[in-house]
Design a protein around this ligand. Structure first.
Ligand SMILES: [Zn+2]
Length: 472
């Protein structure tokens, strides 16, 4: 017997947390949308879920993922099915992945490739940034074309000269076009000259172990690049967003830029909040699992990042989810085993664990529940043109809802998670709080951290103009 999906659903008695308030309220869903939020005790619905004792929050938005991405001879180990299923289990209901137009390829071709990767596979809604690696046509034309296609943010790299890096002149051109078209420019900020010199020195001295990955990418290289980004943003008037900010001096530069009134934003990621460069002191095969760029830092930086998050100098927590299996990490970018640290595929898994990891600061009393929702759900939706369709529980929004059980406990071991990778960076962490139910456009996609069959239900979300947040 086929049980019809309820057309309306009442979530009653939970604590509804938004980016600005916590209130006991009911949430009524009709079809794929939120119909109303408030005291709805007498509302009629086909089904009711009792959320007493639970938090009811907007589905989380992860604006930094790399699903099914080629890197050297390998590729990130989660595709759009496994990656979005894992995201849903952890309470994320929208991902914005980085489509890339490699050199010699048009932006439209790059975008079509990523649509092909996601279509009929994603379990939750998704959208794309566009990574520009060269300007084959005037930036204004390229930006206008992508905005028309629902892609309103652009990624530019200040390092990785082999495949991705662009010059400051290209960054300036893209920023000028982005400012004109209300798009957001996302920057990977690490100074390439510093990295190149330090790498060469390390290799010349015979230093090949993973710890030299971190030694060759110091915090100052990040801070210097952020300063350059700030000057470029100031000259162009563009809104600028620093991805995966990892260090205290870089954070300080962001704070200064914001004090000067620039539309300058930054995200950090759980790996920079929870993990430290100590991991690189382990045996090389183990240490390689933690190679990512920017690298993990000394614990002092994490303390500063938590503080920056609390004070709003950092507006977003995203994941930079880019998993590789232990075997792929060991094989290296060219296959057959890496010979030195420059050959280790960079990235760590995290698409499933972000919401709960950040919630731990709420448990500790160091972060308000509203700040948790803001950094993980609302601000990313606003900045990336998804708001108010995503990131807020309001009438008319998509019914992407997480019922979060603050008393659930979950060890973050690989066996309990759904990312397609054989290790967890947080194997020694047991979190308090986990989603007990996750809805994507009114349909259940995860229950008690386990997936409910939903592959192929996710849709591409064309995004509007990137929002600008009020200065904090
Ligand atoms: Zn990334």
């Amino acid at each position: 017997m086929v049980v019809p999906e309820p057309q309306s659903l009442l979530i009653s008695g939970g604590e509804v947390v938004s980016s600005t308030s916590v209130q006991r309220a009911d949430v009524l869903i009709r079809g794929e949308k939120i119909f109303s939020v408030g005291a709805l005790g007498d509302a009629r619905a086909d089904a009711t879920i009792d959320a007493t004792g639970k938090l009811v929050i907007p589905g989380a938005v992860d604006v930094h993922t790399h699903l099914d991405m080629e890197v050297g001879v390998t590729r990130s180990s989660d595709d759009f099915t496994s990656g979005t299923v894992a995201a849903a289990c952890g309470g994320t209901t929208t991902v914005v992945d980085f489509a890339t137009a490699y050199r010699g390829e048009s932006l439209a071709e790059g975008l079509a490739t990523w649509h092909g990767k996601a279509q009929d596979k994603a379990a939750i809604d998704y959208s794309f940034h566009m990574t520009i690696t060269e300007l084959a046509r005037p930036a204004d034309d390229l930006v206008a074309e992508m905005v028309e296609a629902g892609v309103t943010s652009f990624k530019l790299y200040m390092t990785y000269p082999e495949r991705l890096m662009v010059s400051d002149e290209v960054i300036a051109e893209v920023m000028t076009a982005a400012a004109k078209h209300d798009a957001l420019v996302c920057l990977h900020c690490e100074d390439d000259a510093t990295i190149a010199a330090r790498r060469a020195d390390a290799l010349a001295a015979g230093h090949t172990e993973p710890r030299w990955h971190a030694q060759s990418r110091p915090p100052q290289a990040e801070a210097d690049a952020v300063l350059r980004a700030m000057r470029l943003a100031e000259n162009s008037g563009a809104a600028c967003y620093v991805v995966h900010l990892s260090s205290a001096p870089a954070l300080e530069r962001v704070r200064v830029a914001r004090e000067r009134g620039l539309d300058f934003y930054a995200e950090t990621c759980p790996q920079y909040l929870y993990l430290s460069a100590e991991r690189y002191e382990d045996v090389p095969a183990e240490a390689a699992r933690f190679v990512c760029a920017p690298p993990l830092r000394d614990p002092y930086h994490a303390e500063e990042l938590w503080e920056g998050l609390r004070r709003g100098h950092l507006q977003v927590v995203a994941t930079d989810h880019c998993p590789f299996t232990s075997a792929d990490k060991s094989a290296g970018l060219a296959g057959g085993g890496w010979k030195d640290f420059t050959q280790i595929p960079g990235g760590v898994p995290g698409i499933e664990t972000r919401l709960a990891l950040i919630y731990q600061k709420v448990v500790d009393g160091d972060l308000q529940p509203t700040e948790w929702v803001d950094r993980c759900c609302t601000s990313p939706a606003k900045l990336f043109g998804l708001y108010p369709r995503k990131g807020e529980l309001v009438a008319g929004a998509d019914a992407d809802v997480v019922i979060f059980d603050p008393s659930a406990e979950r060890p973050l071991v690989a066996e309990r998670l759904h990312m397609n990778v054989d290790y967890s960076p947080y194997e020694d962490v047991t979190v308090r709080g986990w989603p007990s139910l996750v809805l994507s456009r009114g349909r259940i996609v995860a229950r008690d951290g386990e997936p409910v069959e939903a592959r192929g239900r996710g849709r591409f979300v064309p995004r509007g103009p990137s929002g600008r947040l009020a200065a904090s």
